[in-house]
Ligand binder design. Structure first.
Ligand code: CP3
Length: 342
């Protein structure tokens, strides 16, 4: 029997949508915190195949999700390209910056990324062997614009101003960086698929800060290039695209990029998504993460509203963004029980 997630991605409308959760392995789970402490720091956990396999499996054992997402991070690709990367506790990632042509010239060629990333492929191989047969294994990477925003600023930024500044003042360097990340992402996702990933997802967390032509050139076009290359090499492997906070630009994103599924954040209403985005193919989303903190009747009614609004087409239930460390695991169980009540 085909797995539920793969059926939804192929365009089937299921009576109960399959479900998984962005950041489902994470700090809201005591068992994650224990394994993370054993690994030392976050990056050591990402590069330890045994422990990364363990934390990927933890939410599957606890909640019975329909998909497991590889435990890794979108910033491993810049690191594999030669950027320095470290995480500051309580603050987030820091990277050496790329703001001039000379910085770009110092990065490694795309073919070198596997030297750094091979432990990630081992995690994927472990998972492909260990996951229950009904659970789908999702690999992932950051989309070029989002990864570039971190590489240019050297950290997360609320408005992506440094990346916009490079784009608007030195477009040649900016575009060369986007092209480099695009090529690296194709190789990275392709290697994940070779290792056993059944689906891949492209996270464009900052797509919403691109407008007009910039959205088409730096969110849409790189996604189309990556998806076309993956489809040529791995026919039949579905791709989920997540141009977060794209708003009206979610409309037509399936057709424009070739994505099998478009994930939507919770700033767009599920009924609007059904009418304007789901007509193009499978959609994923879009419960606000805060309900995993507060739970109760509001959580139950929101799960039902989103499920019912998207019940006439292919849908994978998920949050609109990642679950936060202050979430209560009992609310995750309540979400799944409510979803599967009928
Ligand atoms: O979804 C999953 O469970 C799979 C693993 C995964 C992680 N990061 C693990 C992680 C995935 C898919 C990501 C994606 C990611 N990483 C994105 C895109 C999605 C999004 O959230 O917008 C981005 C922008 C990053 C970069 C990143 N990694 C930041 C900004 C941070 C710090 C903020 C934070 O949440 O701590 C991380 C760290 C990170 N990545 C953690 C995890 C579990 C927390 C690290 C820890 O254990 O301390």
């Amino acid at each position: 029997m085909t797995k539920a997630i793969l059926r939804s991605l192929a365009g089937e409308t299921l009576p109960v949508p399959p479900v998984w959760m962005m950041r489902q392995a994470g700090r809201y789970l005591p068992e994650y915190k224990a394994t993370r402490a054993q690994a030392g720091d976050f990056l050591s956990l990402c590069y330890n195949p045994d422990l990364a396999t363990e934390v990927t499996l933890q939410p599957i054992r606890r909640f019975g999700f329909d998909a497991a997402i590889l435990f890794a991070d979108i910033l491993l690709v810049p690191q594999a390209l030669g950027a320095d990367l470290w995480f500051v506790t309580g603050e987030g990632p820091r990277l050496s910056t790329v703001t001039r042509a000379v910085d770009l010239a110092k990065l490694k060629p795309v073919a070198a990324i596997h030297e750094t990333l091979h432990p990630i492929y081992q995690t994927v191989r472990n998972l492909a062997g260990e996951l229950p047969s009904e659970v789908t294994l999702i690999g992932f990477a950051g989309a070029p614009w989002t990864v570039a925003t971190y590489m240019i600023a050297g950290q997360g930024t609320p408005d992506q101003a440094p990346a916009h500044a490079l784009k608007d003042t030195d477009r040649a360097t900016f575009e060369a960086l986007i092209d480099l990340i695009t090529d690296a992402t194709i190789e990275y996702l392709s290697a994940q698929i070779d290792a056993g990933a059944e689906v891949v997802k492209l996270f464009d967390s900052w797509a919403g800060s691109l407008s007009g032509d910039d959205f088409d050139r730096y969110a849409l076009a790189p996604a189309r290039t990556i998806i076309a290359a993956l489809k040529a090499r791995h026919p039949g492997v579905p791709v989920i695209a997540f141009p977060r906070e794209a708003g009206d630009k979610y409309v037509g994103f399936h057709a424009a990029t070739g994505a099998d599924c478009v994930a939507v954040d919770n700033s767009v209403d599920a009924a609007w998504v059904a009418e304007n985005v789901q007509t193009g193919g499978c959609v994923q989303g879009n419960l606000a993460s805060r309900h995993m903190v507060t739970g109760g009747d509001a959580l139950v009614s929101e799960v039902r509203r989103i499920r019912d609004a998207l019940s006439q087409g292919p849908h994978i239930f998920n949050l609109g963004h990642g679950i936060t460390p202050d979430a209560d695991p009992d609310n995750v169980s309540l979400m799944i029980d409510t979803l599967r009540e009928k």
